[in-house]
Design a protein around this ligand. Structure first.
Ligand code: HAX
Length: 426
């Protein structure tokens, strides 16, 4: 058994007792109310979920297990996954054990590559990734153990197994999707001795003479790892997982949500917008040109990608971390320079539109320009990178939910007719 398994085995029984105790003693206390606006408005702000891996206070941004993101930007993604699952950072031995375990599970079964080869050549990379994960459901330890019969208290163990296998294979899979979809040549095998994100960088096959692309991948994987429980991908994964669908089903479902332009796909849209600006103005625009271009985007009925957030009300600390990386490695890159200029102008334009609650940049506003700087110009792939990282958040949330025995999710819906009657009598 791995050290992560043993650590969780020790943590889970008291955690389960604590949650049961809270429900028993305080189960009838009211945490939140729901207005008609919220019921029609994507349940924004309704407190109806519990997520222990991370939280996103609107005025702080991502906090993982009590630690603000800005204190975690120099960590490895493997350390973050351990933190998400257990609430502690791994020590040296635990990290080494975890990395060895991941490395031993990395091989992607051959039938998965065949499924991908059978898809249309110009399929969206997200459709390829999600299909591959679903095809790999064949490997699910959870489903096999469930079919044989197991106690509810054991559910977390095969969930951990499936999660570890998925996490170990996802980088290989995603790198394979990149090379296959964009004719980059044969797949590159993982290299022993590299950490998870550096291996992903290695398997993508982009030139990296300075090692900074591997550093970017480490940072990228840390920054996108989790964002509490209510965003579309986390919530979808959680909801599907609550039916005891195994992690392959649940994570694939979550990632299908991440593929939407208002969620993870915004990073591809965002870089396209920045490049459009640079092309139109033959280089980095003046502030006035940028102001006008932003207004034109809004007037044409489009959103300014990379700006705004359903929860945050400040500049996303993930944007800050990416911007700092860009300023360190390539301050003169024209795309990185335009992103910095956009940050100066766009919030000021968006602030004038009353309905927009958050005029500040989110994570997607800066990530694409860094990838572009390192030679990854295939925008449609960017959400795949986000997905590889987000598997950590989704899988850790599933492990925790299965650990304390969370029941199937089933909120109540009403018809508009019911709402009309309710309004009359309320
Ligand atoms: N540009 C133009 N209009 C915007 C806007 C932006 N960047 N951000 C919000 N608005 C508009 C909304 O479209 C909405 O308009 P309608 O009422 O006419 O529909 C109004 O302002 C109120 O929206 P809100 O309450 O401030 O924000 P929401 O919680 O409804 O939406 C979004 C949050 C992130 C979806 C939104 O800000 C947006 O579309 N941003 C651009 C796309 C983007 O960057 N998405 C990535 C978000 C981060 C993420 O999840 N990454 O995975």
């Amino acid at each position: 058994m791995s050290k992560l398994h043993d650590k969780l085995a020790a943590l889970i029984p008291p955690m389960r007792d604590e949650i049961r105790g809270i429900i028993k003693e305080h189960g009838d206390k009211v945490m939140s109310q729901v207005t008609i606006r919220q019921a029609y408005g994507g349940m924004r702000g309704v407190k109806g979920l519990v997520c222990d891996t991370s939280e996103v206070p609107p005025d702080k941004g991502l906090v993982i297990r009590g630690i603000p993101l800005k204190e975690l930007t120099d960590k490895l993604p493997e350390e973050i996954f351990w933190l998400l699952c257990t609430g502690d950072m791994p020590n040296k031995d635990e990290l080494a054990d975890f990395q060895k375990d991941l490395m031993s599970r990395g091989e992607v079964p051959d039938y998965v590559w065949k499924v991908l080869e059978a898809m249309p050549k110009d399929s969206h990379p997200m459709a390829m990734l999600d299909t591959a994960i679903l095809a790999m459901e064949y490997e699910s330890v959870f489903r096999k153990r469930y079919d044989k019969g197991m106690q509810k208290t054991e559910y977390w163990e095969p969930t951990l197994e499936d999660s570890m296998n998925l996490l170990a294979k996802i980088a290989t899979l995603a790198a394979g999707v990149y090379r296959m979809r964009f004719d980059k040549g044969a797949r590159i095998a993982p290299k022993a001795g590299l950490d998870w994100a550096a291996n992903y960088a290695h398997m993508l096959g982009l030139p990296d003479p300075t090692g900074e692309f591997a550093n970017l991948m480490r940072l990228y994987m840390v920054l996108h790892s989790d964002h509490e429980g209510g965003n579309v991908s986390a919530h979808t994964c959680h909801c599907v997982g609550s039916a005891l669908s195994d992690p392959y089903y649940a994570v694939s479902a979550g990632l299908n949500g991440l593929a939407g332009p208002l969620h993870g796909l915004a990073n591809q849209e965002c870089l396209a917008w920045i490049l459009m600006v640079n092309e139109k103005f033959k280089g980095s625009p003046t502030e006035d040109q940028l102001r006008k271009f932003t207004q034109d985007t809004l007037d044409s009925g489009k959103v300014v990608p990379g700006y705004g957030h359903a929860v945050l009300r400040i500049t996303d600390p993930r944007f800050d971390a990416f911007s700092a990386f860009g300023q360190r490695v390539a301050p003169d890159d024209p795309t990185i320079a335009t992103v910095a200029k956009v940050f100066k102008i766009v919030p000021e334009v968006l602030k004038k539109i009353q309905k927009i609650k958050d005029p500040w940049p989110n994570v997607d506003a800066a990530s694409g320009c860094l990838l572009y700087h390192f030679g990854m110009s295939e925008f449609s792939y960017y959400t795949v990178l986000f997905s590889v990282s987000r598997v950590m958040g989704m899988a850790s949330q599933l492990i925790v939910s299965r650990a304390w025995g969370e029941p199937i999710e089933r909120p109540k819906s009403h018809t508009t007719k019911w709402v009309k009657n309710f309004v009359k009598t309320a």
